[in-house]
Design a protein around this ligand. Structure first.
Ligand code: DQA
Length: 143
C-alpha cells in the first residue's frame, strides 16, 4: 500500500527554523524515518514538501490515482486552508494529520485546524515520532 506524505510551508527549513520550537532534525531526517518505518510496515511512501497551497491541493487530488492513504503535516495551512480541507474531503482516502509541536500549547491561532475534521486521527507534540506513529496507524487502517 502507498502513503502520500505531505509537508506544508516552511517545513523545508526544519533544523534551522526556530530550533527551540522545532528541534534540530531536518526534513531529510523526517523523510529517512518515514522511509525506514514504511519499510518495516510493508508500505511505500511518496514524501513531498511544498510552500504553495495550490500545489498541495493538486497533489491531494492526484492521490486518488496514486495513493491509498495520506499523512499530512499541513503546517500553517492547517489553520487557514479551506481548500486543503475540501481536497482531502474530495479524495476520500484515510488521512492522518501530524504536527511536530503541541499546537494546543501554542498561540491561540494554532488551536484550530481545518484538516482535523477530515482526518481519522491527529497526532501532535511528539516531534518526528508523530510521523512514525501515524504510519503505524495508517498501516493498521489499510489492512
Ligand atoms: C506545525 C504547527 C503549525 O502551527 C506551524 O504553522 C507549522 C508546523 C507543526 O508541525 O508543529 O509550520 O504544523
Amino acid at each position: 500500500k502507498r502513503v502520500l506524505v505531505l509537508n506544508g510551508p516552511n517545513l523545508n527549513l526544519l533544523g534551522t527554523r526556530e530550533p527551540e520550537t522545532y528541534g534540530s532534525e531536518t526534513l531529510g531526517d523526517v523523510e529517512a524515518l518515514c522511509r525506514h518505518t514504511a519499510g518495516e510496515l510493508g508500505l511505500t511512501v511518496d514524501f513531498r514538501q511544498s510552500n504553495h497551497e495550490g500545489e498541495l491541493v493538486t497533489w491531494i487530488q492526484e492521490a486518488r490515482q496514486t495513493a491509498d492513504a495520506i499523512l499530512i503535516n499541513p503546517a500553517a495551512y492547517s489553520h487557514t486552508s479551506v481548500a486543503i480541507h475540501d481536497a482531502l474531503r474530495a479524495v476520500a482516502l484515510p488521512v492522518a494529520e501530524v504536527h511536530l509541536t503541541n499546537i494546543h500549547q501554542r498561540e491561540a491561532f494554532r488551536h484550530h485546524s481545518y484538516v482535523s475534521s477530515v482526518a481519522f486521527g491527529v497526532i501532535c507534540g511528539f516531534g518526528s515520532l508523530g510521523y512514525k506513529l501515524a504510519l503505524q496507524a495508517l498501516a493498521q487502517k489499510l489492512k
